[in-house]
Write a protein that binds this ligand. Structure first.
Ligand code: NAD
Ligand code: MG
Length: 391
């Protein structure tokens, strides 16, 4: 029996995780659930799974949640940073599903590792911001960190049973997002509504925009570098619009091993929680005859500069990936709120990265300071762009 904390339970990954948990009650029990502001869904989840602890963003949210759960609630309700930490280190928990979106996922995930919990990692931002620190704590605490991200789950599966010295490179696949075939001169007309409509995956808002800019793939390159201890020169991004191959690993003898499946995050989530066993999820197999062809392309880094920025940050290392991530979060939020246009997302990131003095081997406090600095700096660029648009 695995005893779980699910950080970000009300999100796309959180809901899929609870769906898996619900189907295998003899294997999983839920001890703690956290959410941001979606009180009504969290209340439903508490009623269904009866966790010992639930955590929300603010004190007001906590009071509202308590009211919703009246009259017979047995779940302790906490809020804010201390609350998220308490869920991450809960004494009855052995595995933490890290599925908060963005930089907010870093500290609770680190706290969980420090408390000796195994991690099922969806929050790629944790490794982008502080990959070296996180992975060294994982080794120190002898916990496992298993990928929920579908590409990394695929790579993990393709590496299994092979010797590290036979490894040649990772082929990280990307759907290409909704604007793969849109001419660059039409990118200015991209609205949040269009960008949120991903062709193959159903995800939260931030990762959907990241997929449309290809920043998601850039963040995944950095995630893969840390998770599998591979230099970025050995990670190649391949556009594969059908999203049937979830990633591949090439070996020195010329063999390439691919992991395939119908796009559904429940597969990767279940494997991160049950590996090396596979759960009878009964997901539909890809209908290869109906699909007809699996196609591949090279990514266009001119049309999608976010991917180039991510490779540059990955190569520089230190605090730069954290700055890339923070600037991206600010820019994506500004785009979703219609303050800047789609093509200004990479511009905000580029300007912010350009002004940063990189610390090459940062401590966690320096990472957090770089994150705050980058947010302020990126916000200034957003304001400038927003003013220009209004003139
Ligand atoms: P989402 O927006 O659907 O859900 C995010 C969750 O985090 C929600 O429960 C929300 O309430 C909570 N949250 C948001 N801000 C918070 C804050 N400041 N403090 C505490 N909690 C907060 O996101 P998602 O699509 O489920 O993605 C979650 C993570 O998983 C991201 O890092 C994403 O990159 C990664 N991921 C997602 C998918 C996917 O298919 N959705 C695939 C691979 C990786
Ligand atoms: Mg992914």
């Amino acid at each position: 029996m695995r005893h779980l904390t699910i950080l970000g339970a009300t999100g796309s990954i959180g809901k899929n995780t609870l769906n898996v948990v619900d189907r295998f009650p003899d294997r999983f029990s839920v001890k703690a659930l956290t959410a941001g502001k979606n009180i009504s869904l969290l209340a439903d989840q508490i009623k269904r799974f009866s966790p010992e602890l639930a955590v929300v963003y603010s004190e007001t949210d906590a009071l509202q949640l308590k009211e919703r759960l009246l009259p017979d609630n047995c779940t302790e309700i906490l809020f804010g940073e201390d609350g998220y930490r308490a869920a991450a280190v809960h004494p009855d928990v052995d595995t933490v599903v890290s599925a908060i979106v963005g930089a907010a996922g870093l500290l609770p995930t680190l706290a969980a590792i420090d408390a000796g919990k195994h991690i099922a990692l969806a929050n790629k931002e944790t490794l982008v911001m502080a990959g070296d620190i996180v992975m060294s704590r994982v080794r120190e605490k002898k916990v496992s960190i298993l990928p929920v991200d579908s590409e990394h789950s695929a790579i993990f599966q393709c590496l299994a049973g092979n010797r590290k010295k036979d490894f040649k490179k990772i082929l990280l696949t990307a759907s290409g997002g909704p604007f793969r075939n849109l001419p660059a001169d039409q990118f200015k007309s991209i609205t949040p509504e269009k960008a949120l409509a991903h062709p193959t995956w159903e995800m939260g808002a931030k990762i959907s925009i990241d997929s449309a800019t290809l920043m998601n793939k850039g963040l995944e390159v950095i995630e893969a570098k840390h998770l599998f201890d591979v230099p970025h020169q050995k990670i190649e991004v391949v556009i594969h619009p059908q999203s049937i191959i979830h990633s591949m690993v090439a070996y020195i003898d010329g063999s390439v091993i691919a992991q395939m499946g119908t796009p559904d995050m429940k597969g990767a989530i279940a494997y991160a929680l049950s590996c090396p066993e596979r759960l009878p999820l009964n997901l539909p197999l890809p209908d290869f005859a109906a699909i007809g062809a699996l196609t591949f392309e090279t990514p266009d880094m001119v049309k999608f500069p976010c991917l180039a920025h991510a490779f540059a940050a990955c190569e520089a290392g230190g605090t730069l990936p954290c700055v890339l991530n923070a600037a991206n979060e600010v820019a994506v939020d500004a785009f979703l709120n219609k303050r800047i246009g789609f093509t200004q997302i990479p511009e905000v990131i580029d300007h912010t990265m350009g002004k940063h003095n990189v610390i090459s081997v940062p401590e966690i406090d320096e990472i957090l300071l770089a994150d705050q600095w980058a947010r302020k700096s990126a916000e200034k660029w957003v304001e400038r762009f927003a003013i220009k648009e209004n003139i």
